[in-house]
Every structure is written in structure tokens, then in C-alpha cells.
Design a protein around this ligand. Structure first.
Ligand code: HEM
Length: 140
């Protein structure tokens, strides 16, 4: 169970990050070129939402089976264990909450510029937070 989940979380991270990056770039392009927000833009943002939520779900299960997750919680003096047992899960959870807020907010907006701006801010902040707490040394 553990090796499979670890592999899945490691592999899905590429997809989740690519989808999120693509959605952020798309919203910045839409905003700066004053484009109309179309069904295609909605789909791009939706895929990023689904991709990151799936990663969160896998991460939550992994947290309880990995020796670097719940079992390592509390080992504050060890930077690597603090990252995987506290900082990475907590910051990513906050990032995905921001992404979800961005998605909900866009639905109430009518103006294309406001929609692109909402995605650029909330998805962009989410992406920065996620990238700030990736356990890079485990991943590469
Ligand atoms: C979009 C959000 C997330 C991304 C992109 C992400 C990405 C990653 C990556 C790239 C690794 C290193 C994988 C490897 O060893 O090759 C990792 C490890 C880990 N992640 Fe996440 N993660 C996310 C969310 C979460 C969440 C929400 C949790 C827990 C609630 C979590 C728990 C863990 C744990 C426990 C490890 C260490 C696994 C081990 O090596 O045993 N992750 N994550």
C-alpha cells in the first residue's frame, strides 16, 4: 500500500502542477489581452481544480501510511521530517483551499476580466504556496 501510494503521489504531482501552472498562465494571458472568458477557459481552470484535489486526497491517505507523515509528526528539530509531516501537508492544504475559493468566486462573477483576475490571484497564490513546500530532495 505505502510504495504504491508514494509512487502515485509522486507521479500525480507532475500532472497536478502542470495543470495548475497552465491555468495560471492562461488566466494571466486572458487578463492582459482582455480576452472573453470562454467555456475553454472554464475547463482549463476546472481541470486544475480536479488535479489538485485528487493530489490532496492521495496526500491525505499517504500521510497516515508513510513513515514521513503522521508517524514523524512532532520531530520539529529535524527539518526534513518537519517538512513532510507538517509544513508540506499544512501549506498544501491552505493552497488548495485558496484554489477552491478562487473557483467558487469565479462562478459569481459575470465580467471576463474579473474572472481571469480571480483565477490569476487565487490559483497563482496556490501555486506559489505549493512550490514553496515541495520535498524536492525526495522528488528528484
Ligand atoms: C497539490 C498538493 C501536493 C503536491 C503537489 C504534493 C507533492 C509531493 C511530492 C512531489 C512529494 C515527494 C514524493 C516523492 O517521494 O517522490 C510529496 C511527498 C509527500 N506528501 Fe505531498 N503533495 C501535495 C499535497 C500533500 C498533502 C495535502 C499531504 C498530506 C495531507 C501530503 C503528504 C505527503 C507526504 C506524507 C509525503 C512524503 C511521502 C514519503 O516519501 O513517504 N502531500 N508530495
Amino acid at each position: 500500500m505505502y510504495p504504491f501510494l508514494k509512487q502515485l503521489h509522486s507521479g500525480w504531482a507532475y500532472l497536478a502542477l502542470l495543470l495548475l501552472l497552465f491555468a495560471v498562465i492562461n488566466s494571466i494571458i486572458g487578463l492582459t489581452s482582455k480576452k472573453e472568458f470562454t467555456a475553454k477557459d472554464r475547463k482549463i481552470s476546472l481541470f486544475a481544480l480536479i488535479g489538485t484535489h485528487t493530489q490532496l486526497l492521495i496526500g491525505l491517505i499517504l500521510y497516515f501510511v508513510s513513515p514521513l507523515g503522521k508517524d514523524a509528526f512532532g520531530q520539529m528539530s529535524n527539518a526534513a521530517l518537519r517538512l513532510t509531516s507538517l509544513e508540506h501537508p499544512l501549506i498544501n492544504l491552505i493552497a488548495i483551499v485558496l484554489i477552491t475559493i478562487g473557483w467558487s468566486k469565479h462562478k459569481k462573477l459575470i465580467n471576463s476580466e474579473a474572472k481571469f483576475k480571480t483565477f490569476a490571484i487565487y490559483y497563482g497564490l496556490g501555486l506559489i504556496l505549493i512550490l514553496s513546500r515541495i520535498p524536492w530532495s525526495l522528488w528528484f
